[in-house]
Design a protein around this ligand. Structure first.
Ligand SMILES: O=C(O)CCC(=O)C(=O)O
Ligand SMILES: [Fe+2]
Length: 357
């Protein structure tokens, strides 16, 4: 039976040669043992509310909320954010527009296909992944209104405005939220509030990655996104109500992250881990797929200016047990690497900056 399924054609993910299910089967050690909707009650990442802390004058418990956020990032590298101040319409609108895009016929989506040299644009299945093809359609764009419009024009022609406007509005709202989170993390670690944000004046290096996972006949052997950590600084992830995000705990067990309405999942990327000398952790995660439902997730990867120097402040290197782990590097040089290489497993991209013992 399983073998029969493996011969089925996969129309929804075949942008070039016709692929069948077996092309998407992962190496056995990667097969997920828990389903997309397995959530262990009481074993989930923390939830943090920004209520009262979004306007100019923070409320009384501001210090405490900042510390809770830092603790979540030290322990889990992940938290859910509610009462985040991004308007529901902005979020709902971007979800509708993105689902409509992915529902288009393949020919039309391919008008905005990514080029072989840069991973920006639409892609249905990326043969560069070799054996382990992700069960996903992916759209990657830089946080640049011009680029969003250029992509949308290729796909929708003159009718591009609803898509372009929704994306630009969403990105601007997330940028603002990202700066708030950075301020709170800096505050919670006893650094000047603008320690991170002053490096983010140039916005256009930030990238958005949209994943849409079609229903999968063999979810026990396939993955939407394999285990990885995010290379950037901070990720603001929007997921719909289907479920599929799983995080690797320090005891090497996977847990499912239960979707919460009107929330974002926030996680630390490799660059912020290096910037804080490992205090904030960049944690491995993956997305599993399911038999019945499409799932949409939108990852917003915040990136500093090209010239930003990623250098851990002395305040975070306090003792002889916590020596400096990375040499300083500029975001620009690291980013160049990221744009040219295919997705790496683990934190190998940053290893070049590790100070060897
Ligand atoms: O789909 C998800 O929940 C996770 C996506 C993700 O981790 C990524 O795109 O980096
Ligand atoms: Fe990720």
């Amino acid at each position: 039976m399983a073998l029969e399924i493996e011969e089925h054609p996969v129309e929804s993910l075949s942008s070039g040669p016709k692929l069948c299910v077996k092309n998407f089967v992962w190496s056995e050690h990667e097969w997920p043992l828990i389903n997309h909707d397995d959530f262990a009650d009481g074993d989930d990442i923390p939830t943090i509310s920004l209520e009262g802390n979004l306007s100019g004058k923070p409320c009384q418990d501001y210090d405490k909320v900042c510390q809770v956020m830092v603790t979540a990032c030290e322990k889990w590298g992940f938290f859910k954010l509610v009462d985040h101040g991004v308007a529901i319409e902005t979020v709902e609108n971007v979800k509708v527009q993105l689902n409509e895009l992915f529902d288009l016929p393949m020919d039309q989506k391919l008008k905005g296909a990514r080029s072989t040299s840069l991973p920006l644009g639409y892609c249905a299945s990326n043969p560069e992944y070799g054996q382990n093809l992700p069960w996903a359609e992916i759209l990657q764009l830089l946080q640049s209104p011009q680029q969003v419009v250029a992509f949308a024009r290729k796909v929708f022609g003159d009718q591009h405005q609803p898509f372009s406007n929704a994306m630009v509005k969403y990105m601007q709202a997330l940028d603002k939220l990202g700066m708030k989170i950075f301020e709170m993390l800096a505050h919670g670690m006893g650094l000047p509030d603008d320690f991170f944000t002053k490096n983010f004046e140039e916005k256009e290096a930030t990238m958005i990655r949209v994943n849409r996972y079609p229903p999968c006949p063999l979810p026990e052997k396939c993955l939407g996104v394999g285990s990885h950590s995010d290379p950037h600084t901070l990720t603001i992830l929007l997921q719909d109500d289907v479920g599929g995000l799983q995080v690797l705990k320090s005891d090497n067990q996977w847990i499912g992250i239960r979707p919460v309405p009107n929330s974002f999942v926030i996680n630390i990327g490799d660059t912020l881990e290096a910037w804080t000398n490992g205090r904030l952790r960049s944690v491995v995660h993956r997305a599993v797929v399911n038999k019945e439902k499409h799932r949409l997730s939108v990852a917003y990867f915040l990136s500093p200016a090209t010239s930003a120097i990623i250098d851990c402040p002395p305040q975070l290197i306090e003792s002889s047990t916590n020596l400096r782990k990375y040499v300083s590097f500029t975001w620009g040089e690291f980013r160049k690497e990221l744009l040219t290489q295919k997705r790496v497993v683990g934190k190998t991209a940053l290893n070049r900056y590790l100070i060897s013992p």
